[in-house]
Design a protein around this ligand. Sequence first.
Ligand SMILES: Cc1cc2nc3c(=O)[nH]c(=O)nc-3n(C[C@H](O)[C@H](O)[C@H](O)COP(=O)(O)OP(=O)(O)OC[C@H]3O[C@@H](n4cnc5c(N)ncnc54)[C@H](O)[C@@H]3O)c2cc1C
Length: 558
Amino acid sequence: MQKQYDVVITGGGLAGLTLSLQLKKAKPDISILVLERRESSAEAAAHKVGESTVELGTHYLREVLDLKGYLEEHELPKHGLRFFFKTENKDDITERVELGPRERLPVPSHQLDRGTLENYLAKLTQEKGTELILGARAKSVDLSPEGHTLIYYNTDEEEFTVKAKWIADASGRGSFLKRKLGFSKPMDHAVNAVWFRLKGVIDIDDWSDNQKWKTYLKSGLRYLSTVHFMDKGYWVWVIPLGSKNTSIGIVADPAVHPFEDFNKYDKAMEWLKKNEPLCHQKLSNPDDVLDFKILKHYAHHSERLYSADRWGVTGEAGAFLDPLYSPGTDFISMNNGWLSDLILRDLDGEDIAFRAEIYEKTHLTMVDNWIPVYQNKYLLMGNTQIMVVKIFWDWAVYWSIPAVMYTNNALTDLRLVKELFASPDSYGRKFGALNKKVQDLYLDWRHHETAIFKNRYIDPFDLAFLRKFQQGIDEKHDGKSLVAKIKTNMELLEKISAEIFRLISSQVNGTSKDIPVNPYEMNLSDPGAMTKNLHERDPEVTKDVAVMWFYDKEPVTV
Ligand SMILES: Cc1cc2nc3c(=O)[nH]c(=O)nc-3n(C[C@H](O)[C@H](O)[C@H](O)COP(=O)(O)OP(=O)(O)OC[C@H]3O[C@@H](n4cnc5c(N)ncnc54)[C@H](O)[C@@H]3O)c2cc1C
């Protein structure tokens, strides 16, 4: 007799295990089977990438899944994302323009050791009654309204068959369902990555003896940041892990850095020596290397995500864009929110056809709206002034709209989704159009902005709007006040983008810093075509945006 489950989850990584916990929390008697190909527990440190979390994903882990206690005891707190930009002398870290928070952040995030975390999640979900089989590889599936039939193999290649009302595919890059049903879609963003873990703690505060530089922020906070060293076409990450090891990665656009130049450990060390000599000096300890992994063209897309025929995909089995701002766990959080909602409603007897369609559309639109954040943007990574403005813009956009919607459960509220996305001038749609306009502006600006700056420290929270947006993530709203909040945030984004344009156009075209700007019509080649402001200028916003502008400001001396 074949065993029958409410849900079979193919893949017991972060997405699959968290989905099982979310379902169990909502409906403790739900029967779930998780099939995981790996044969034994995950190794600490050298397991998977996806170590740095940001606000939305952290909210999911801490508040939605109640993992706050575990995270605070076993994983590291994170001190934001930190960037070091291009300089002529990369041997001296104190010369590089540094961007990152000085003070502890009010909204938390974590650095995750993925092996430790996945082992804990596996144990927890089994304690709640989920069945987890290790060494089980999902092989084929027959989808049917009467119940799906799934075949998997164990490590001895023995075949097993199970029945399920729902199949949730969380097989990561294995993309089990995407391959079976053929709904892969091209993604025009072909960047490559390699990563490795080093035994031991690496604190970049120790990379210079300069006392003034060290005291820009409290001792220990640089260590807890996700550190990015950046120049044209690439960034290098340094992430501390709770297991007292360190994760290091190189992510690069092949248009500037061919993959063959760094896709093996020895080549990666040569590449570091040439492009990031200080990193090479501090990070090339072959005796301490725990692993070395590569991934070519990591971005991928999907035509489908959720079906009323009782299947769905979550995590990397669906779409993945780019790790620059550590958004993988964010997408898993939203993905699992939609998928678990569909499963639970269906098991309660609700007709989910309309919801499944709306959730899929919203999710795919969100991915599409995010593509311009990364596409061709590696070419800008050697332009410090552009990247500072872009990074601050990208955070403003992320904190003010998707993060607030997520923490206020708006993504599964059909009335709100309709209000925010249905008409062409709804805020959700305008958000995508505005972001695309600003991202295109950065590409146009690239042809004019080439200055190399040094000796500057810039803190995102010196800008009042970024402080407000980040703190706003944890504010609770009912439906009406959330729509009002999104409207206020959108108007602020429109004002910010207009001020950014005024500064860029003044530099590129010599226009005055108070020209009329409608952010939806911004065009660096023809700034005079805009004859009216969309909004009255706000002196607070003008002052804040000017903080990002390095021209006319003295460097700090170290
Ligand atoms: C270079 C890079 C850096 C990244 N950095 C970050 C970061 O800093 N922060 C962040 O949030 N995200 C980051 N990400 C994204 C993050 O890695 C993913 O979002 C996350 O790991 C996806 O989890 P998942 O559970 O979907 O997939 P996985 O963790 O890959 O889990 C899938 C599981 O399915 C199993 N499996 C596969 N096929 C089958 C099968 N047929 N049957 C049964 N089991 C199967 C696998 O063994 C695996 O355990 C990064 C991604 C890349 C490429």
